[in-house]
Design a protein around this ligand. Structure first.
Ligand SMILES: Nc1ncnc2c1ncn2[C@@H]1O[C@H](COP(=O)(O)OP(=O)(O)O)[C@@H](O)[C@H]1O
Ligand SMILES: [Mg+2]
Length: 193
């Protein structure tokens, strides 16, 4: 299968889950994330809001908020095409819809932070494999934003969040793809490297 066929299959798989399965999975996802030292101890954490039948992030976001973490949400970078920037996310964050119709913080109202100042980035994905390779929706946004990780220096930990049914044996890894530190699912925490 090529990448677009894998994307189609995996998006169909996650869309076919029932409401009960989704609710159950979001609670179990938190349990898997808690197995990660990064999730437990990192102070600045980038999260994302669920979209396109992705596994529900609201349960673990609430957990992070209750533990007093500094949270960030990705926004489409207003100037650097294809890049994300990260904006603080709290009760007073003003949201708007971006050009994909996805709610994001209003970059005109809030100051953004470069990804290298964030300790842990939790990110969505469409498929993942045994080596921690990630297939996204095909925009390459996280790859571009995290391209600095190819060089030595400060690096955030990267945890992908997904349903276990998005797991596949091997994905085509491209030179620009940034491999993940771990992937949390409703069944377990997959650790890599
Ligand atoms: N660091 C980068 N610099 C320039 N283009 C990039 C970079 N990372 C990814 N891209 C581009 O983004 C596109 C989508 O990347 P891909 O990895 O297939 O998507 P996704 O990660 O969303 O699954 C590719 O055509 C690729 O050339
Ligand atoms: Mg990629």
């Amino acid at each position: 299968m090529n990448k677009s066929e894998i994307r189609r299959l995996m998006r169909q798989r996650r869309r076919s889950l029932s409401a009960v399965q989704r609710r159950d999975a979001s609670q179990r996802l938190l349990r898997s994330l808690r197995r990660s030292q990064h999730f437990q101890f990192t102070r600045r954490v980038a999260v994302y809001l669920t979209n396109d039948a992705e596994i529900d992030t609201s349960v673990f976001i609430r957990d992070l908020q209750q533990r007093g973490k500094q949270l960030f949400l990705p926004v489409l970078h207003p100037l650097r095409k294809g890049h994300l920037s990260f904006v603080p996310y709290h009760r007073k964050t003003v949201m708007r819809r971006n050009r994909f119709g996805i709610p994001e913080p209003d970059f005109r109202r809030h100051r953004s932070v470069p990804a290298r100042f964030i300790g842990l980035v939790c990110m969505p994905l469409v498929a993942f494999d045994d080596a921690g390779n990630r297939l996204g929706m095909g925009g390459g946004f996280y790859d571009r934003t995290l391209a600095f990780m190819h060089q030595p220096g400060n690096r955030p930990a990267l945890i992908g969040c997904a349903y276990e049914c998005q797991h596949t044996g091997q994905l085509p890894a491209e030179p620009w793809d940034i491999p993940l530190t771990a992937i949390a699912t409703e069944q377990r925490l997959h650790r890599f490297r």
